[in-house]
Design a protein around this ligand. Sequence first.
Ligand code: CA
Length: 227
Amino acid sequence: MKAQILVVEDQPATLDLICDVLKEEGFEVQQAQSTAGARDSLRRAAPELLILDRGLPDGDGLDFLKELRTEEKWAHLPVLILTARKAVEDRVLGLKGGADDYLAKPFNTTELVARVEALLRRSGKEAPPPFQVVGELKLEFESRRAFAKGKEVALSAKEFDLLWFMISNKNRVLTRDFLLQHVWGYEEGLDLTTKVVDVTVSHLREKLGPAGSVITAVRGFGYRLDA
Ligand code: CA
């Protein structure tokens, strides 16, 4: 049984598209077209993830989210914000406003599904796999051991977390801010120095040796792990 998702979006065509894509992936989907409708739905069912449009007829999705976050029941609900506005400030606002991730419209449905699945994994709604393998790297989740070419590599806790996260989000460019937020848990990562990311990546690559070449720096953006 896949997770239950509430989609709040006022444009019927976009709402249908999102719901159809998620249903095709096997998710159970509820929908609402306003913050009032979302409230109703939340009273009836407890979703495991919320997809929330910002521009709703009865208010800003971010204000609604702020309100939700004050309630114990919804304080940790994973939330993906949708917005037509691409400005970086919007993203900052979204992340500071209690959103877990952000997707700018128009979006590609494959990316939407990938973000939803990553959010569910991170929130522990879907159990992490026991191990992950990429190229010559193997990571074991429970024992937190890492192997390169079959030989164990001693990683620090952060190095392991970072590598596990990058493998979980392979083939995708991850910005330093995104990594700070999700690996280091900084809610306001954009205000903090991102140098710690560069330093940790550099140590990680050094320790992994040739097997670490799957991690590529993407100039002006961040890092990507290629599978
Ligand atoms: Ca809208």
